[in-house]
Write a protein that binds this ligand. Structure first.
Ligand code: ASP
Ligand code: MG
Length: 397
């Protein structure tokens, strides 16, 4: 059989939130297939299914078993994959749905926040050779102990890119209800603009520091495998979306020439801000597998961590364990606002400019972390919006 180029398309929860939308996605998928691609489609759970399932679990137990939670949450994506496969059949083409485990996604054993370690997509390749559209449940895999695992919130992106890499796909398209990546959250920063393209590095820093459009590990996979990654709108076919690719020296050089290295501002509205001196090593051990936006550690002497909590399904237990580190361990809720741009952390002047901007906006910075492409300030939760607006105005507008 003639070998076609492989394309991976991923549809987010809002794109498959009801039967009418699933039918529309099926029509889109069928049109792409007819345009001459071997097609792998990854789906998220319908609408708010994942949140609803989580709520049910929490109503039964404040601290549900993480293994059972993964069994439960992985079902959301299975519903979408089976329905979409049926809808494609109804449009007259052959499709087959597969779970993460069936398509060879092997993960770590860390339930509810597992990392993909290997993808062995033999079954997917077989089905493509048979001429079928392969529809895959995102956000899940199976551990080397053959347990069902999930990949953390937003993990269907990771499934899509990991498969694209393993299959040597031409590109991976991530469809959602927003038309690409913006320079800030447009609900908070009114002047936020859609970005035409940006580097993997910048996208990864944005995802890591709160931009919800793409999952961080997904960007990591795309970067390693050099897969072109598109963020597009499902229903707005006239918008080109955003392209994430290696580097665009031109764009970057232009920004440098203007003396404006920043591309975007991102925010985490709520996370745990943990500081310790004596208890530092204890805190680091407990937080070992947490999502971490800031991490500073001088072994035996001090640590400061800003931790995301959306994949932590037993927060009270987690905080209690951290506090066992002793009297000097402090844990509190805070927000995080970041300025992202290639090289922005390379010269301290951008950090001091940001500091002045925040002070001018009446925002007290509780902490600052500098990496090569990101400056992140810890602020009070109530200051997040004002901080994002002020930093965007100074660095990006
Ligand atoms: N359904 C999961 C979530 O809501 C995974 C995903 O949508 O990518 O986080
Ligand atoms: Mg979802």
């Amino acid at each position: 059989m003639l070998c076609l180029k492989i394309l991976v398309q991923k549809f987010g929860g809002s794109s498959v939130s009801d039967l009418e939308r699933i039918r529309k996605v099926a029509q889109k998928v069928v049109a792409t297939r007819r345009a001459g691609y071997d097609l792998v489609v990854v789906v998220s759970a319908m609408g708010d299914t994942t949140d609803d399932l989580l709520e049910m679990a929490k109503a039964l137990s404040p601290n549900p078993s993480r293994r059972e939670l993964d069994m439960l949450l992985s079902v959301g994506e299975r519903i979408s994959m089976a329905l979409l496969s049926m809808a494609v059949h109804a449009e007259g083409l052959e499709a087959v749905s597969l779970t993460g485990s069936q398509c060879g996604i092997i993960t770590t054993n860390s339930h509810s926040n597992a990392r993909i370690m290997d993808v062995r997509p033999f079954r997917v390749q077989d089905e493509l050779e048979q001429g079928r559209i392969v529809i895959i449940a995102g956000y899940q895999g199976s551990s080397y102990r053959r347990e069902v695992t999930t990949l953390g919130r937003g993990g269907s992106d990771t499934t899509a890119v990991a498969l694209a890499a393993a299959l040597g796909a031409e590109a991976c398209e991530i469809y959602s209800d927003v038309d690409g990546i913006y320079s800030a959250d447009p609900r908070v920063v009114l002047s936020a603009r859609q970005l035409v393209d940006l580097s993997y590095d910048e996208m990864q820093e944005m995802a890591r520091s709160g931009a919800k459009v793409l999952n961080e590990q997904a960007v990591e996979f795309a970067r390693i495998a050099k897969i072109a990654l598109y963020a597009k709108s499902t229903h707005q076919s006239d918008s080109a979306g955003t392209l994430i690719r290696l580097d665009q020296p031109e764009e970057y050089l232009r920004r440098l020439e203007l003396g404006r290295p920043a591309v975007a501002v991102s925010q985490v509205n709520r996370g745990l801000w943990v500081q310790a001196a004596q208890g530092a090593d204890h805190v680091m051990a407990i937080a070992a597998t947490s999502d971490c936006q800031i991490c500073r550690w001088v072994p035996g002497r001090a640590c400061e961590l800003f931790l995301g909590t959306e994949n932590n399904h037993d927060l009270a237990g987690f905080v209690a364990q951290i506090e066992e580190g002793g009297a000097d361990v402090s844990v509190r809720w805070a927000g995080l606002v970041s300025v992202v741009g290639q090289g922005i952390g390379g010269q301290p002047r951008w950090a001091s400019q940001g500091h002045d901007v925040l002070a001018g906006a009446g925002v007290a910075a509780q902490g600052l972390s500098i990496s090569l492409s990101r400056l992140s300030w810890v602020v009070d939760e109530s200051d997040v919006a004002a901080a994002a607006q002020a930093l965007h105005a100074a660095f990006v507008d």
